[in-house]
Structures are given as C-alpha cells and as structure tokens.
Design a protein around this ligand. Structure first.
Ligand code: CMP
Length: 135
C-alpha cells in the first residue's frame, strides 16, 4: 500500500553534509519526495514531535539536540514507506545498525544517528501534520 512518512535529517546529519547522501538514497530507492524543508525547530515543536519520549531520562538532551541547528524535514511517499524507510535507516543505535543502512554506514552515537522516520501510520499522520500542516 502506498504510504507517506516523515523523514528528518537531524542537525548532526545537516552539519556533517549528509543531506545529499540521505536524499540520494531516498531517490535511488524510488520514493517520491512530497515535501522538503530546511528549518530549525523551536522547543515547543520539538517537544511535541518527541512527545512519546517525554518521560524518558534523555528527553531534555533529545530536545536540546534536535533544536541545536537546522534540520531537513521531508515527506516521502511509496509502497510501505513507513517500515521501508525505517529498514533503510537501520537500528536506532548506530552500533547495532547493519552495514548498508544509513546509521550502520554513517553514525556511531545513539543521539546523533543522522535521521528519523515515523514508526507507525499513526505517528506518520501526527508528525506530517506537525511539520507540514498544509499537506
Ligand atoms: P529517533 O528515531 O529520532 O527517536 C527518538 C530518539 O531518541 C532516537 O532516534 C535516538 O536518537 C534518541 N535516543 C533513543 N534512546 C536514547 C538514549 N538511550 N540516549 C540518548 N538518546 C536516545
């Protein structure tokens, strides 16, 4: 089934010059780019985006990091885009992410893991509406 999902290239990925690499993988895979924007998040938007992690011990650090500089937000579309994009990113912990995945190939640190993808249809709908309310 064709789906849409939210993709972020986090501030570490933008600062390291990995936007082209991530977009290239999305395009080569065959997903359609529906929306694309470079922006720096304010704390309220970041706290809303990561609301499900509000009780976690690393929440403050997570919000500090995601608001620390510009990120790339995108909506991509294609067959099983939500799970397929998460497979392309690899495990959340880059040390455990398989070679060939974005995190497996390009990151070492849990918090600076280059990219984000929605984890379910409900999260995708919520996150897309937060970043791109016109869609
Ligand atoms: P993401 O998929 O964007 O969703 C939540 C983020 O929290 C996750 O990627 C990691 O970057 C971060 N995260 C998860 N677990 C930890 C942790 N134990 N310490 C710091 N950051 C974490």
């Amino acid at each position: 089934m064709s789906e849409r999902t939210l993709v972020l290239v986090k501030p570490d990925g933008v600062a390291r010059g990995l936007v082209g690499e991530v977009l290239s993988r999305i395009e080569r895979k065959g997903f359609t780019l529906v929306a694309l924007e470079l922006r720096t998040l304010d704390r309220a938007t970041a706290e809303s985006h990561y609301g499900e992690h509000a009780e976690k011990p690393f929440f403050g650090e997570l919000v500090d990091f995601i608001t620390s500089g510009p990120l790339l937000a995108a909506v991509i579309e294609g067959r099983e885009a939500i799970s397929s994009w998460r497979t392309m990113m690899g495990a959340t912990d880059p040390a455990k992410a398989a070679p060939g995945t974005i995190r497996g190939d390009l990151a070492t640190v849990m918090s600076e893991n280059v990219s984000h993808g929605s984890d379910s249809p409900e999260s995708a709908a919520r996150e897309i509406a937060l970043f791109f309310p016109h869609l």
